[in-house]
Ligand binder design. Structure first.
Ligand SMILES: [Cu+2]
Length: 173
């Protein structure tokens, strides 16, 4: 019994000592979000869609990609106006995780910064994912992302002028 008491007592002492010996200052949080980049809120009912292309379509490259909007106004890049902005076509890449960052400009992030709604996109043969992403005048996506995606199959390029030449309907509508 006495042994037990001693044990309990010493255990208690040890704990107390530990508690006193640990004057670690708690790390202060909320020091990072000083200048959080902002993403405009998506207007209610806003959406984008492919105009002619459908998921699963087989196309030839370059393919003309046209798009429509609902609840948004398309304008050239530049000023940031709520509810307005321009289209982007993302080729074979997902919507970025961080919507507060501007969409990069490279071969896989195509900007229609002139306010247009159609773009010829060149792709190699095979399956490709085309993703629309609407963003404000400074190329920053809305939150939640205004996006639409389809997959298309790009047919291999045909050898020019050997046997049959012009395909019916090759010139578009
Ligand atoms: Cu842009």
């Amino acid at each position: 019994m006495r042994l037990m008491l001693t044990l309990i007592l010493s255990a208690g002492l040890t704990l107390t000592a530990c508690g006193k010996d640990a004057p670690k200052p708690a790390p202060t949080e909320a020091t990072e979000a000083t200048e959080a980049p902002t993403s405009l809120p998506t207007p209610k009912g806003a959406s984008v869609a492919f105009k002619d292309l459908k998921d699963g379509d087989t196309v030839t490259s370059p393919v003309k990609v046209c798009m429509t909007v609902e609840g948004l106004v398309v304008e050239p890049s530049g000023p940031v106006n709520p509810g307005k902005g321009h289209h982007h076509i993302l080729v074979d890449i997902p919507v970025p995780d961080d919507l507060s960052r501007d969409i990069p400009k490279d071969a896989q992030n195509i900007h229609l910064g002139d306010g247009s709604t159609c773009k010829d996109v060149t792709m190699g043969p095979g399956k490709h994912t085309l993703r629309l992403l609407f963003a404000d005048g400074s190329h920053r996506p809305y939150t939640p992302a205004i996006t639409a995606a389809i997959s298309v199959q790009v047919a291999p390029a045909k050898p020019a002028a050997d046997g049959k030449t012009a395909e019916p309907g090759a010139g578009g509508k």
